[in-house]
Ligand binder design. Structure first.
Ligand code: AMP
Length: 304
């Protein structure tokens, strides 16, 4: 088995009611790769950074045993930057700025030895770049895709082209409504499935996630967190944990898709406990298993 991840590698400036941080390492590819690496290793990552990307960002991925051959450095360019501010309701976030920088002219080159990767995770990134990566792949078994309102608004037609070529789409509730133009999430998922992906996962922040296939709706709870420090990257971490579990098991049955959703939620719960990528730095398998089991207890009840 083999897993390729493409997405943004970023310097994020984040404000939450509990603190702020400037130019911290982030990006969809960073969170996805780190989360997936707990189940599958090495993760192959494709992305681009500028000459200003700090050594500690690379070291973080190296420590997670991520294969970095696919990460290009444009020494004369600046790394992608994003900044956001969270409200007291941490499900609410305003994007303050998005500077594509080196992503503006990025032409992803998938290294020869990555091209037969069986699992491909298209992290949140320009849908045109997502397609250019797919064009270089040789017959992947599963393509999982994440996106966000930024791209639905600006590159809706291009995103619809990407959707024709993927198997599983992961997005949040407001993005699902925006993409489908349907207010109800069950109907929204049906519309989105009509665009291409046979499986749709709708994340609902601290309210859990829905997994929808042609024959099933599975509602996963969210882990009731005592402290949420910084929700940045929770969605990408969910996607990474989900994809990593699927690749580890290589089992696409409905029961295993459910497990993958819970593993994604488990990893996301660790992510939000610390600022930036810190929550994904050094988890143990036991910690992950322990929290995975707690998810089952959350919604178990006796009939009488
Ligand atoms: P999430 O909180 O899971 O939605 O993801 C947050 C991460 O997405 C941050 O680390 C950002 O750097 C990255 N990000 C934000 N906007 C974009 C965008 N338009 N394209 C690619 N990545 C982005």
């Amino acid at each position: 088995m083999s897993v390729l991840v493409v997405g943004s590698i970023a310097l994020d400036t984040i404000e939450t009611p509990f603190g702020s941080v400037k130019d911290t390492v982030g990006g969809s590819a960073t969170y996805i790769s780190a989360a997936a690496s707990y189940f599958f290793s090495p993760i192959r990552t494709v992305g681009v950074v500028g000459g200003d990307f700090p050594r500690e960002g690379i070291a973080f991925l190296e420590d997670r045993n991520v294969d970095l051959e696919g990460i290009e450095t444009i020494a004369s360019g600046k790394t992608f930057r994003w900044s956001g501010r969270y409200h007291y309701d941490l499900n609410e976030r305003d994007t303050l700025s998005t500077d594509l920088n080196v992503f503006e002219k990025f032409d992803p080159k998938v290294p020869e030895r990555y091209r037969k990767s069986r699992y491909v995770v298209l992290g949140n990134i320009d849908p045109v770049l997502q397609q250019r990566v797919l064009n270089q792949m040789e017959n992947p078994r599963v393509v999982i895709c994440d996106t966000m309102n930024y791209w639905i608004d600006r590159k809706g037609a291009e995103l619809r082209e990407t959707l024709k070529r993927i198997n599983i789409l992961i997005l949040n509730d407001s993005e699902a409504r925006l993409l489908s133009r349907e207010p109800g999430l069950i109907k929204a998922a049906r519309v989105i499935r009509g665009f291409g992906p046979s499986v749709v996962i709708i994340k609902k922040g601290e309210h859990g996630a829905l997994l929808l296939t042609e024959t099933m709706v599975f509602s996963a709870p969210a882990y009731p967190m005592e402290t949420i420090f910084d929700p940045t990257g929770a969605g990408d971490t969910f996607a990474g944990g989900f994809a990593g579990w699927l690749a580890r098991t290589d089992d696409l049955s409905e029961e295993n898709l459910k497990r993958a959703v819970i593993y994604g939620s488990t990893l996301a719960s660790f992510c939000v406990e610390r600022f930036g990528v810190e929550g994904l730095r050094d988890l143990t398998y036991l910690q992950i298993q322990d929290r995975f089991r707690q998810f089952r207890e959350l919604s178990r009840f006796d009939e009488d």
